[in-house]
Design a protein around this ligand. Structure first.
Ligand SMILES: Cc1ncc(COP(=O)(O)O)c(C=O)c1O
Length: 353
């Protein structure tokens, strides 16, 4: 057997660890269980799993298009937005083409780019842990086919403002696709951060990625969506989709979550998490941790070389965080009690340092 050499070079995707009895704040999930209404729909849909799902996710696509206010031809549902990221790279980048993104950012970008055969160009975040969009624009070459802009950024939680984003979009050549990855959009409270959907009409090379995994609490079911300014790009995502990738159960759960009453309840939970995010952020600053303000459902502690030991200290205190060796730790916002447990651990670790 001869495997592709690129596989040996891949950074491995490190999923958040689960340790019995510990609080898991490592995967940017919501701590809340599915709504009873959504669970009912999941149970009802499960009765049909002897059949293949609707390959086009037609009803869900229509519901998303209506919510967003675009024709269905611009919308594509996928098996989590990470699948849509993969399909995008497969749709636009040939071997040796370049995919550009900030670093550090979502850890799937380098993996899916390498597996596709394209080359990654990584542009460091600025000293405030924010996308350096001017440097990213300056890094575009004739080989660049796709730019990911993760807004808010995973793992730093920072977001770029509207003016910087619009200036960047104007600077990008028309034949380079910009994927605005808004997996955490629902947690954004800064009015200066543009809703990517509002920019689609002005930028034909823009595509916005959203997910039901975070704010809508369906991480385990794998369903996300893309809204493309150009229907041809949405069609390319159809062509590159693994057949039947979005299950009947996932489609039903997402549809149920978009019903007005359910969506209202889910977004109220998001508002609670945002209050907690800001509380945790303020408490960490008070302790003396240099934490950038977050627009997502997690906070970033840039601890550099101390990261791994610090994360192990959290784990000894029953809190699992996500460590990026040599760089920092990302901590997901949980319930108030979980966050208190984390803050107690963070305070103790600082006292010992
Ligand atoms: C920035 C970003 N994009 C996309 C995803 C993928 O989400 P999903 O595939 O669950 O929709 C994540 C998940 O962590 C993320 O952080």
């Amino acid at each position: 057997m001869k495997l592709r050499p690129v596989l040996a070079e891949l950074p491995s995707y490190v999923p958040g660890r689960t340790v019995p009895g510990a609080v898991k704040l490592a995967s940017n999930e919501t701590p809340y269980p599915p709504l009873p209404h959504v669970l009912d729909r999941i149970a009802a849909a499960a009765a049909d799993v002897n059949r293949y799902p609707d390959n086009g996710s037609v009803a869900l696509t229509e519901a998303i298009a209506a919510k967003v206010g675009v024709p269905v031809q611009q919308v594509r549902v996928g098996c989590g937005s990470v699948s849509l990221c993969t399909q995008l790279v497969q749709s636009v980048a040939d071997a040796d083409d370049e995919v550009l993104y900030a670093w550090r950012s979502f850890e799937a970008y380098p993996i899916i780019t390498a597996v596709s055969g394209a080359s990654s160009i990584q542009v460091p975040l600025d000293p405030d842990h924010v996308h350096d969009l001017d440097a990213m624009a300056a890094s575009i070459t004739g080989k660049t086919r796709l730019v990911f802009v993760c807004n808010p950024n995973n793992p730093s939680g920072t977001a770029v403002g509207r003016d910087a984003l619009v200036r960047f979009l104007r600077a990008v050549p028309a034949d380079v696709v910009v994927a605005l990855d808004e997996a955490y959009r629902e947690f954004v409270t800064d009015p200066d951060v543009a809703d990517g959907l509002s920019l689609l009409a002005d930028f034909p090379n823009l595509i916005v990625l959203r997910t039901f995994s975070k704010a809508y609490g369906l991480a385990g079911l794998r369903v996300g969506y893309a809204v493309a300014a150009d229907p041809a790009l949405a069609e390319a995502l159809r062509q590159t989709q693994v057949p039947f990738a979005v299950t009947t159960v996932a489609q039903a759960a997402a549809l149920a979550s978009l019903e007005p009453e359910a969506e209202q309840q889910l977004l109220a939970r998001v508002a609670d998490l945002v209050v907690e995010r800001d509380r945790v952020h303020a408490a960490l600053l008070e302790l003396g941790y240099p934490v950038p303000a977050s627009q997502a459902n997690f906070v970033w502690l840039p601890l550099g070389d101390a990261t791994v030991e610090w994360a192990a200290g959290c784990e000894q205190r029953g809190v699992i965080v996500r460590a990026f060796a040599g760089s920092g730790a990302r901590v997901t916002i949980g319930t108030p009690a979980e966050n208190d447990r984390f803050l107690a651990a963070a305070a103790e670790l600082l006292a010992r340092a």
